[in-house]
Design a binder for this molecule. Structure first.
Ligand code: NDP
Ligand code: 1BO
Length: 316
């Protein structure tokens, strides 16, 4: 039987499957979160940057009002880049929107700072995606990811988050952080799928007891992964959907997987995890080669504004 949860280095349990909220549109996301929790999801993944935390909070409230207990749900949110020098402010804003006293996990969203004093000449969202007054995207802010981590560590003592972690950290960044950290990150949330196994990052995290949360497991919106031949063939062989194969891949690797949907039938379907054997994983290991031959991309989420903030070009 596939595990339904994993243990973090804090001792807490983290569910094996979580519900994603990126690009879940206003007007739909509250209901989607409510449906997800009532269908059996125990983990909700949110972020300040998704600009929908108020509605995620409404979905949480509807579920709690129906009898689901706060302590049975694992809520994750993330410190956005414009708050990289103000971690406590970032967390407080998210907690207020979510209607919570604490989250179970607070993650650094990207190892990059953005100008907290940025603006939007077009009247857009300066707090999340600032621009310079001339409209240029020269928004990088002098930023030390180790200092941000020290500020994150201080937040654990406030009780406003039970655990802290990072997202989008490469091996180089993890190793650098570990040299200075008093608290080892509980989690590294990374883009991960058979198309992008990120074995190097996964290995360094495993070696340091940092749990992997896999995002964009279905290839995000419009990606070619769901239609990739090895995935389809394995799904047919096992009598399950391509989505079930892609989500089960992570649980078989000992990772938590996050799937986003605002469609009730898919929300429910994405809870299904099957056991995959070493042979099944071998079949899925051919996905990068198959996609590359077709000229299809392997990665679907890019750093904000395409800024290369120090990741090695090749993360495999
Ligand atoms: P996913 O890989 O979860 O794919 C979501 C897309 O797949 C949506 O278009 C959804 O459509 C569709 N879909 C969902 N289920 C099915 C299904 N069973 N069959 C067919 N299509 C399906 O992409 P995300 O990029 O959203 O990643 C998941 C979550 O990970 C995010 O929502 C977010 O919480 C987190 N994340 C974190 C990042 C980070 O930097 N830390 C970056 C990116 C994501 P529909 O909704 O219309 O049903
Ligand atoms: C900039 C994209 C972030 C998704 O988590």
């Amino acid at each position: 039987m596939a595990p339904t949860s994993f243990k973090l280095n804090t001792g807490a349990e983290i569910p094996a499957v979580g519900f994603g909220t990126w690009q879940a549109p206003p007007g739909q996301v509250a209901k989607a979160v409510e449906i997800a929790l009532k269908s059996g999801y125990k983990l909700i993944d949110a972020a300040y940057c998704y600009a929908n935390e108020d509605e995620v909070g409404q979905g949480l409230k509807a579920a709690f009002d129906s009898g689901i207990k706060r302590e049975d749900i694992f809520v994750v949110t993330k410190l956005w880049n414009t708050y990289s020098t103000r971690a406590e402010v970032g967390l407080s804003k998210s907690l207020k929107s979510l209607g919570l006293d604490y989250v179970d996990l607070f993650l650094v969203h990207w190892a990059v700072g953005m100008n907290p004093n940025g603006t939007r000449p077009d009247g857009g969202d300066a707090d999340r995606f600032p621009l310079l007054p001339n409209g240029e995207r020269d928004i990088l802010w002098d930023h030390d990811h180790v200092q941000t981590w020290k500020d994150m560590e201080a937040l654990v003592k406030t009780g406003k988050t039970k655990a802290i972690g990072v997202c989008n950290y490469s091996k180089v960044y993890i190793e650098n952080l570990l040299k200075h950290a008093s608290i080892v990150p509980a989690v590294n949330q990374i883009e991960n799928s058979p198309a992008l196994p990120q074995q190097e990052v996964v290995d360094v995290c495993k070696a340091n007891d940092i749990h992997i949360m896999a995002y964009s497991p279905l290839g995000s919106t419009g990606g070619p992964l769901m239609k990739s031949k090895p995935v389809i063939e394995l799904a047919e062989k096992k009598g399950v959907s391509a989505g079930t194969i892609l989500l089960s891949y992570h649980v078989a690797r000992g990772s938590t997987v996050l799937a986003k949907s605002v469609t009730e039938s898919r929300i429910k379907e994405n809870l299904k995890i099957v056991d995959l054997t070493a042979d099944d994983l071998k079949v899925l290991s051919t996905v990068p080669e198959v996609l590359t031959k077709e000229g299809a991309p392997l990665r679907y989420v890019y750093p904000p504004f395409g800024i290369n903030f120090g990741f090695p070009d090749k993360q495999e």
